[in-house]
Design a protein around this ligand. Structure first.
Ligand SMILES: [Zn+2]
Length: 352
């Protein structure tokens, strides 16, 4: 499967191409900008240009380009947040590599289009181990290899592991001569300062309206965004076409979170009914989306209450936040969504 075309960012592409052609492209770059604006797609484009061996790069016809265009180039490594692998830290590099290849294959089958990973997805310690290993090897096909780390701020959780943190910092500071590192983030402020200081930041701006219209007319993109009038989509996307992917799911998560908050305030019977409506299914991603939406709603409540000077209400809402965080941790484990929801609603109801 060919991945979706890169829409827009022409001026930035020219700048990067010019830097590359005079051998002045930094070894470690950070693309930052709004979620869904195409930062990882841009990184894949640059990676393709780095491995293409035609004079007119990227030519889109050479073997390197063909592999890159189907996410099969063995010197382009794309890491992104994913659900945690059980016992990931105990797995050997070969197994981790196979699991990672399967994730990339899944993205290739979806034309490189994907919804924003939910709150429980991350880039874990064992991923760092795999990246460091991959960086240490010689390129398989091309003269260079490229490591892309999407949503790099999701690596933050491993601050707890000094060893993993040091390994990635060393890699960013001194990548092997044949290696380019491309990080992306829509929340660069959440990146460890020690990471930010080791990369050259490049801003990826929202797409202008004409480019957005062209992107929305792209059949691959049209197939995965909500079925709504173009003007409505333009307003929702804010110049970031990828933000529209999974927009229906996000709207559903917010509706569900509102229902849960209302049930928490209603009574024991309503709480139980709302909890059982959660379903015990394997839709763990959908469940963590609801918990993420709850966090957003509760923070809205805190702000609104504070703005109207209602301090007790603001304090009460703030006391709910740890309960939601605890529910998220339980959801990351193997807990049953119905039981987690029931417990959470009781806790919210019991907050003084
Ligand atoms: Zn080529």
């Amino acid at each position: 499967m060919t991945i979706v075309s890169l829409h827009g960012h022409e001026a930035l592409r020219e700048r990067l191409a010019a830097q590359m052609d005079r051998a002045a492209l930094p070894a470690s770059l950070l693309f930052h900008g709004p979620a869904g604006v195409g930062k990882q797609r841009l990184a894949l484009w640059l990676a393709q240009r780095l491995v293409c061996e035609s004079p007119d790069r990227p030519c889109n016809v050479c073997q390197h380009c063909r592999y890159a265009g189907t996410l099969q180039h063995r010197d382009i490594h794309w890491m992104f947040p994913h659900p945690s692998v059980p016992n990931g830290n105990e797995k050997d590099l070969e197994t981790l590599g196979e699991i990672q290849d399967a994730r990339v294959q899944e993205r290739a089958e979806a034309n490189g289009l994907y919804a924003r990973p939910d709150g429980s997805a991350g880039i874990f310690r064992y991923d760092t181990r795999l990246l460091v290993h991959v960086a240490s090897r010689s390129p398989a096909l091309a003269r260079r290899k490229v490591l892309i780390i999407g949503d790099a701020e999701r690596m933050v959780s491993q601050a707890a592991s000094q060893e993993a943190a040091n390994a990635i910092l060393k890699l960013l500071e001194e990548p092997p001569a044949d290696t380019t590192l491309l990080l992306t983030s829509s929340e660069p402020g959440a990146l460890l300062p020690t990471i930010r200081s080791r990369v050259v930041s490049v801003r990826v701006a929202p797409l202008p309206e004409a480019t957005m219209r062209a992107a929305l007319a792209d059949p691959m993109i049209a197939a995965v965004v909500p079925n709504a009038p173009v003007n409505e989509l333009l307003r929702l996307a804010g110049g970031a076409p990828g933000a529209l992917i999974g927009a229906d799911d996000r709207a559903a998560a917010i509706t569900r979170a509102k229902q849960l908050l209302a049930a928490a305030d209603a009574g024991p019977e309503q709480r139980l009914r709302a909890a059982f409506a959660a379903g015990s299914s394997k839709a763990r991603g959908a469940f963590t989306d609801v918990l993420d939406a709850l966090t957003v709603l509760v923070h809205d409540r805190i702000r609104t209450a504070a703005a109207r000077g209602d301090e007790p209400a603001a304090r009460r809402a703030a006391r709910v936040v740890p309960a939601i965080e605890e529910a998220k941790r339980a959801a990351e484990g193997n807990a049953n969504p119905q039981l987690v929801t029931a417990q959470l609603l009781e806790t919210i109801a019991g907050v003084p």
